[in-house]
Design a protein. Structure first.
Length: 94
């Protein structure tokens, strides 16, 4: 998992409740050029260009966090989300 590439997407804009939003705040496809903010799953899809749930690393996070989307939405800040995401992949390349 390229943690820092995913974090870079999240740092452009973070959202809750949907995988991505456009500038008007409407949900959109995370790979769309109109996307301006992403949840963790949306950021992973943006980086890898695949549905995140098809990735073993994401399936492992789903089991560990009782759902990545739920975990994303429960975080009070982007900083707390990023810290937990980085801790989930301690051996990731930076």
């Amino acid at each position: 998992m390229d943690v820092e590439a995913v974090v870079a997407v999240l740092e452009r804009g973070w959202t809750k409740g949907t995988m991505a939003r456009d500038a008007a705040g409407h949900p959109c496809n995370p790979r769309s050029d109109s996307a301006v903010c992403w949840c963790l799953l949306g950021a992973i899809e943006r980086v890898y260009k695949v549905m995140p749930h098809s990735m073993p690393a994401v399936r492992n996070l789903n089991a560990k966090w009782a759902g990545v989307a739920r975990f994303n939405d429960a975080q009070p800040t982007l900083e707390s989300l990023v810290a937990m995401f980085r801790r989930a992949f301690p051996n990731a390349q930076s």
